[in-house]
Design a protein around this ligand. Structure first.
Ligand code: F6P
Length: 359
């Protein structure tokens, strides 16, 4: 019978506990031993590695709908792939992690991570030579190539939508606008989907150029004197510095438009996991367990045209845009962005939402 390890790495998001729970439950039903690795690679770097063993009695099922990861995602400042690469210690770090995995006597390791963690796993793949490596994509940014959805995205869209819905009411009372800054790094998916859900007056995302004068004119000519403008954290405004929402807010104020900024920040990564994410987590957990049974390795579970299956990590990596870390020579990640033909872009324009220069 196989012995499998589970770990969560990178930033957390809602849905991690559902995947962990479903993986552990499904694996135990197959007669496997299930080990949870605490704190991702931090836990593996420790001597002895920090782990727990799941049993039907210890599986905290009540946590499966809550945000965060009950295996934790790692300590700030700990040695990990990025910090080890930065310090020129990547070879020693990799050797230690490989040795730890071997010491746990695992047959398979399920890594639940974002595009950074999965790219790093592929680029440092010799670490996982002694186990089957199965990755499951999670992130609120939805910037992972080859999958149509990532675990955590739908809950984050719901969180941001609820946040904006509430601001909309106070906005109306005071005849003013809220410039809400979304997370998402350099990918605009979270801002785009939430903006559509909210009925924002404008959505600014890094993938699409916008003209600040057009935005101001759009707000001045809007049928309402209140509403929501969603600004993705990855946008920039030539000649200006500071936080994107502040930059846009200052321009609106200068044009006489009453407004406030709002920063939902990490609440976008929190919130009880919505049903769509729980279903996706369950499908991906089942797919990962099937991949283990089929002796697959170096694969990632993906949702493609409503089918969940695995793709080789090489396909994941080569399908995205490879972005090199500007500061760390050895670190590069494969990223996905809002595609120019995403139908939500033209729908937004049809609905009178200012989105910038889409044509
Ligand atoms: O990648 C997920 C994410 O939440 C991004 O959207 C955001 O820019 C970043 O992580 C925030 O990271 P931290 O938790 O380190 O502040």
């Amino acid at each position: 019978m196989k012995r499998i390890g589970i770990m969560t790495t990178g930033g957390d998001c809602s849905g991690l506990n559902t995947v962990i729970g479903r993986l552990a439950w499904g694996a135990m039903r197959r007669g496997y031993t299930v080990i949870g690795i605490l704190d991702g690679t931090d836990g593996l770097y420790a001597t002895p590695p920090r782990v727990i063993e799941f049993t039907p009695d210890t599986l905290p099922i009540e946590n499966m709908r809550f945000a965060g990861s009950f295996l934790h995602n790692g300590h700030a400042g700990a040695l990990n792939f990025e910090t080890a690469a930065e310090k020129g210690q990547i070879a020693a770090f990799n050797r230690k992690i490989r040795k730890s995995i071997k010491s746990l006597d695992l047959d398979a390791l399920v890594l639940i991570g974002g595009n950074g963690s999965i790219s790093l796993a592929w680029c440092n793949r010799e670490i996982y030579s002694d186990v089957q490596l199965i990755c499951i994509p999670k992130t609120i940014d939805m910037d992972i190539p080859t999958t149509d959805r990532t675990i955590g995205f739908d809950t984050a869209v719901q969180q941001l939508t609820t946040y904006c819905d509430q601001l909309m009411l106070t906005a109306r009372s005071h005849h003013r606008w809220f410039v809400v800054q979304s997370m998402g790094r350099d990918c605009g998916n979270l801002a785009l989907y939430s903006g559509i859900a909210v009925g924002a007056a404008a959505i600014l995302i890094p993938e699409i150029k916008f003209d600040i004068n057009q935005l101001v004119a759009h707000i001045q000519n809007a049928p309402n004197d209140y509403g929501i403008i969603i600004v993705s954290e990855g946008i920039s405004l030539r000649g200006h510095s500071g936080r994107p929402a502040d930059m846009i807010s200052r321009k609106l104020t200068a044009a006489g438009i009453a407004n406030r900024t709002a920063y939902p920040e990490h609440t976008q990564r929190a919130g009880d996991t919505v049903a769509c994410d729980r279903i996706l987590a369950t499908r991906m957990a089942d797919c990962a367990l099937n991949a283990i049974d089929n002796n697959e390795t170096y694969v990632m579970t993906v949702l493609e045209c409503n089918d969940v299956h695995t793709v080789p990590l090489s396909v994941f990596y080569d399908s995205g845009e490879i972005v090199r870390d500007p500061n760390i020579r050895d670190v590069q990640t494969s990223n996905a962005y809002v595609a120019p033909d995403n139908p939500l872009l033209s729908i937004a324009t049809d609905m009178g939402i200012y989105i910038g220069q889409t044509k």
